[in-house]
Design a protein around this ligand. Structure first.
Ligand SMILES: Cc1ncc(C[n+]2csc(CCOP(=O)(O)OP(=O)(O)O)c2C)c(N)n1
Ligand SMILES: [Mg+2]
Length: 343
């Protein structure tokens, strides 16, 4: 087990900073619906609550390791070094967006930062990531692929096919199952719904004779520890692992605005609104992964209140700037509409 001393203060503060940046970015997306109604068309899926899971995992990677998430994908490129303004511009459908405004929130891609692309099709990214891992193996690049997907995605055929191939071919990939306890509007424990079978979900690894473990996804250092082991195994040629990272999705499943735009308030979490699961929501809020890491670092004397506020103010200013950049960016012209259509 790596201690905080082993990891070092600089890296720990980097991790805190990345978590705060992701949260602040997602907050700005939410606020866009209120402050600039109509600016975001189409669906957005936010990852507030997933920050410890994302950053704990990505803190273990080498600079050229590919990262491939589901459609809940804003947080990863922020950590990989993509300029947040280009992500925001993509969400706003603008020309300076990562995909020139043609992809939107669910289809971010930034190959220059080893982010080959996300997919709106549940579970499909797992198959794409497995293909990227096969490329890494064939070309002997030494890369390990980080494949992130939801608890609902672990019910898809692509999940089983991908884990099967990755296991028999010993592909350099780590499968990170983000159990945020909801599959769109279905809570994982609802007995009358099509929830995911298996408890814990990491037991699915046994079917492929690969390591499977469940980790507290609100604990950034615990996630880091488990992912580091899996990455070391994959890099050594021993094949894939499945890590179930368990946390809570704070935001509603997604947000869309109608065309023509109708101003909407960003909805409350549906656990509160629809299912009446107020206590569950409030308990999850009380163990917010960012607040938890912040107080750990302060208690350990690795962060002062003033330093923490500097990091938080920095993230706010950065994401404010991302919104300004995106709002100022023009739309692609109608003549370009078919430019990237290949079929
Ligand atoms: C193949 C496919 N089936 C259904 C959908 C509709 N859909 C969008 S999100 C979702 C639930 C996914 O849940 P999970 O994998 O847990 O991801 P989360 O949204 O919680 O991150 C569904 C069924 C889809 N996008 N693709
Ligand atoms: Mg889910």
């Amino acid at each position: 087990m790596q201690t905080k001393e082993d990891i070092g203060k600089d890296r720990l503060l980097w991790m805190y900073n990345q978590m705060v940046r992701i949260r602040e970015f997602e907050e700005r997306v939410k606020r866009t619906f209120v402050e600039h109604p109509g600016v975001i068309r189409g669906h957005t899926h936010l990852a507030d609550g997933a920050e410890a899971s994302i950053v704990g995992a990505l803190s273990t990677r080498n600079d050229d390791d590919p990262v491939m998430p589901s459609y809940r994908c804003h947080g990863y490129p922020i950590v990989l070094g993509t300029r947040p303004g280009r992500i925001m511009a993509e969400i706003y459908g603008r020309r300076d967006g990562l995909c020139k405004g043609f992809g939107g929130s669910m289809h971010l891609a930034d190959p220059a930062h080893h982010f080959p692309g996300a997919s709106g099709i549940v579970g499909q990214g797992i198959a794409h990531a497995t293909g990227v891992a096969l490329t890494a193996q064939v070309k002997n690049t030494g890369q390990v692929v980080y494949s992130f997907f939801g608890d609902g995605s672990s019910k898809q055929g692509a999940f089983f096919e991908s884990l099967n191939l990755a296991a028999i071919w010993k592909l350099p990939i780590v499968f990170i199952l983000e159990n945020n306890q909801y599959q769109a509007y279905t809570h994982i424990s609802l007995e009358d719904a099509n929830a995911a079978a298996g408890d814990p979900l990491s037991k699915k690894a046994e079917a492929f004779s690969i390591p499977g473990v469940t980790v507290d996804g609100n604990d950034v250092l615990a996630v880091r520890e488990e992912v580091a082991k899996a990455v070391a195994r994959a890099r050594a040629g021993a094949g894939p692992s499945l890590i179930e990272s368990k946390f809570y999705r704070f935001s509603a499943h997604g947000n869309a605005i109608t065309v023509p735009p109708v101003p909407t308030q960003f909805p409350q979490h549906e656990a509160v609104e629809v299912y009446g699961r107020k206590a569950e929501y409030e308990a999850a809020r009380a163990s917010d992964p960012i607040a938890r890491f912040r107080s750990q670092l302060i208690n350990d004397g690795l962060l002062t209140e003033a330093e923490a506020r500097r990091i938080e103010d920095g993230a706010r200013a950065e994401m404010e700037d991302a919104v300004r950049f995106a709002l100022a960016s023009p739309f692609p012209s109608p003549e370009e509409a078919l430019n990237y259509v290949f079929a």
